[in-house]
Design a protein around this ligand. Structure first.
Ligand code: GCV
Length: 724
């Protein structure tokens, strides 16, 4: 009997345990759903209100895009309202009606010509309307893709607990091309990728369609992204062969209903590598016809193929300069090949060569600005946000504003190659905004970078923003749970660069975590300060390019042995017994002269220079008096120490939210913040110990001294760091 009882109680205990595990698993969140979680609204009062306001969907068009709209509204509204929301054939009170004015009489009657003009080709109108005595929500626009974007906007209103009582919204994108650039190789290794391997499973395509492809398209459409470059700019010509083009076609077919066009990277030497020609010189007629035929072939598979992205004559990639032709010549040859199909060419300006002895900062400007006006009108020149290479902080690239006849496209890096890679929590919207809001002074005050790249400064027809993707096949897509916010931020800013970083963080947090006030406010503080904190513990006061060689993870300001001068960190910080920093004024490389006088003014005088960029533009004595009253050396110590301490603050803030976040995501972020803190101290100690060998000054007593020697930090190796 006793035995029986103990058996029974053991079984009950086991059952209880498994139930607990099951419940935990059921509520565990792995981040796969991104910001499209559609969980039932928590607030009962608001839920009841929404349930009263929304009763059904009314969509009568069966095109692929409208099918997607219907499915998204159905699953989104059903999830958020906690009850099934169906599509109806009879218009009822509380229906959400989605249609273009050409598709529905209701839409055409209830929106004005003016409103449609404001919405443009891709924008949308969301309005509360009355029709035949019924109160409805109308989502309309000039195109189905506009309606798709509008539907996601409407869902976002509910996800972020906004009122939907009296809607009157018109929104249109400020830039035309809003793209992701994947640096994905055909073997699925992602260059500078920290979230697993490439999403594109070339081996199983075109027959196996991973659900991820569809969810990727949904996520992009939800933030207005309308283009994707599938392959690495360090290109492999194989993707242009028929064997791969049918795979590309399969992806293009999936993405089309979501308004996403597919682009490929074109390797300049492809005519030799896969075409059997002896040259890739653009003046050779066989080369020209090879590209023309290749374009024709691609468009036979993918009629709405976006075009090519090209990295040429940069870091070993082939290009027109191999044949003494210019970048414009190269871009124009490809532009001619895709022009009959309305394709475009995006030509990158990220170029620098070992042979050129001038400051690397100046090289792209020198190569490109004289070509202004020489590019065909279906070419965009894609410029990185700064002149060096996606550093934690760079002044805007001097090319912005300097090529008025050429549409310049922005290239941001969403993947965090130089910003802690997959382990640091850094919200990039403030970095993107800082660049976009910078004033080039190209046409007087107010000529912001945003106005250059959205085409409004010079009246260009094409415009664009691209972000180097941080997406891989990790279950949560981006590696770090908060890295998703940077994908989200790119899309939101490409749509409207006037949105504030705070709004973007607010939306993302509410959609990805919850609408809990304390959670949103605490995480928002962490996110909004995170980039500045990283700058302080990595690259304060304008320091740059002092990271480890190759993998780019961690500090290595001492590296000086690499073949090319501009690959060495010592080239950039120039520390010596007098001071530290790169003199880019007239007494030095004079890179400053590439900026318009209005912009130049804020940086050219050492004593008035914005301290954010002090060591970027000046070689500054160690005893220089800073605005804080500290000497430069003491300020450097202060920045490094307060940066690292602030990560501790981030950790504490996060920990205060334990009860408000699901276990899995709480733990993941917590562990990553531990790594970030460790890394921040490593950056601080390694950099200060190294720079101290030049300054010969003590680290002030009020700071804990580094716990390891400089030799120890120099000895660290990261042979298999990801993304390398
Ligand atoms: C795709 C940096 C990166 C490279 C990258 C290059 C580029 O140098 O380290 O991995 O190559 O930028 O943007 O082309």
């Amino acid at each position: 009997m006793k035995n029986n009882w103990s058996n029974i109680s053991r079984t009950v205990l086991l059952l209880c345990l498994s139930l607990t595990v099951f419940i935990k698993m059921a509520i565990a969140e792995n981040g796969y759903e991104l910001w499209l979680r559609y969980k039932k609204i928590d607030d009962p009062v608001l839920l009841a209100k929404y349930q009263k306001e929304i009763s059904c969907i009314y969509i009568n068009t069966t095109s692929p895009t409208m099918q997607v709209v219907k499915e998204e509204l159905q699953s989104g509204l059903s999830g958020l309202l906690g009850k099934r929301i169906n599509n109806t054939v009879y218009l009822k009170n509380g229906c959400v009606i989605a249609a273009t004015s050409a598709q529905s009489e209701i839409a055409s009657r209830l929106v004005s010509h003016d409103e449609l003009i404001q919405a443009g080709t891709e924008g949308y109108i969301i309005k509360t309307v009355s029709y035949q005595g019924k109160k409805l929500v109308l989502i309309t626009g000039n195109s189905e893709h506009g309606i798709l974007y509008g539907s996601f906007h409407f869902l976002r209103l509910l996800q972020t607990n906004q009122s939907i009582n009296d809607l009157d919204i018109i929104s249109a994108p400020k830039t035309k091309l809003r793209m992701l650039n994947h640096w994905d190789n055909l073997d699925r290794h992602v260059e500078r990728g920290y979230a697993g391997i490439s999403l594109w499973n070339w081996h199983t395509l075109p027959d196996y369609i991973d659900q991820r492809y569809i969810d990727y398209a949904r996520a992009n459409a939800s933030i207005g992204i309308n283009g994707t470059v599938l392959t690495n700019v360090n290109a492999n010509a194989t993707v242009l062969t028929p064997e791969y083009l049918i795979k590309v076609k399969a992806l293009a077919d999936i993405f089309r209903p979501y308004g996403i066009k597919v682009f490929l990277t074109a390797r300049f030497s492809a005519p030799i590598e896969i075409g059997g020609l002896k040259t890739a010189d653009l003046l050779n007629e066989d080369v020209q016809s090879w590209w023309n035929n290749k374009a024709k072939e691609i468009y036979s598979y993918i009629p709405d193929f976006g075009g090519f992205l090209v990295k040429a004559n940069s870091e070993g990639q082939p290009g027109p300069q191999d044949y003494k032709r210019t970048h414009a010549d190269g871009a124009n040859m490809l532009a001619d090949a895709v022009a009959p199909y309305k394709g475009i060419v995006i030509w990158r300006a990220f170029v620098y060569t070992a042979e050129n002895p001038v400051d690397r900062h100046k090289q792209a400007f020198d190569d490109f600005v004289s070509l202004d006006g020489k590019f065909k009108n279906n070419v965009l020149v894609q410029v990185k946000n700064g002149a060096i290479d996606f550093m934690p902080r760079e002044p805007f690239h001097p090319m912005f504003g300097a090529m008025p006849k050429t549409p310049l496209m922005m290239e941001f890096q969403v993947t965090q190659e130089y910003l802690g890679q997959g382990t640091h929590l850094v919200f990039l919207a403030p970095l993107f905004k800082e660049v976009l809001e910078s004033d080039t002074y190209a046409k007087g005050k107010g000529s912001t970078v945003a106005k250059v790249i959205d085409g409004s400064l010079e009246g260009h027809d094409i415009s664009g923003i691209a972000g180097v993707s941080n997406i891989g096949n990790d279950i949560n897509w981006c590696g770090h749970p908060f890295a998703q916010a940077n994908w989200f931020a790119l899309g939101r800013l490409a749509w409207d660069h006037d949105i504030s970083s705070e709004q973007i963080a607010d939306e993302w947090l509410r959609m990805t975590y919850s609408n809990d006030k304390e959670l949103v406010n605490t995480c928002k503080q962490i996110m909004l300060r995170s980039r500045e904190i990283l700058v302080d513990y990595m690259n304060p006061l304008g320091l740059h390019h002092i990271m480890g060689t190759g993998h780019h993870y961690g500090p290595a300001p001492w590296v000086s042995y690499l073949n090319r001068p501009e690959w060495n960190p010592v080239y950039y910080h120039k520390a010596d017994s007098i001071g530290i920093g790169f003199d880019r004024t007239a007494t030095g490389s004079n890179a400053l002269a590439q900026y318009f006088p209005g912009a130049r003014k804020q940086w050219e005088d050492l004593n008035t220079c914005d301290e954010k960029f002090l060591l970027w533009f000046h070689h500054v004595p160690w005893d220089h008096k800073m605005k804080s009253g500290r000497t430069l050396w003491d300020e450097l110590c202060f920045r490094y120490y307060s940066g690292a301490d602030s990560v501790l603050w981030m950790k504490k803030m996060w920990q205060s939210l334990k009860s408000k976040i699901d276990e899995q995501r709480f733990k993941e972020v917590n562990m990553l913040l531990n790594i970030q803190y460790k890394d921040a101290k490593w950056w601080r100690n390694a950099c200060l110990l190294y720079f101290q060998t030049f300054s010969n000054k003590p680290i002030p007593d009020n700071y804990d001294p580094p716990d390891q020697s400089l030799d120890y930090y120099k000895s660290l190796r990261f042979r298999f760091a990801p993304g390398n």
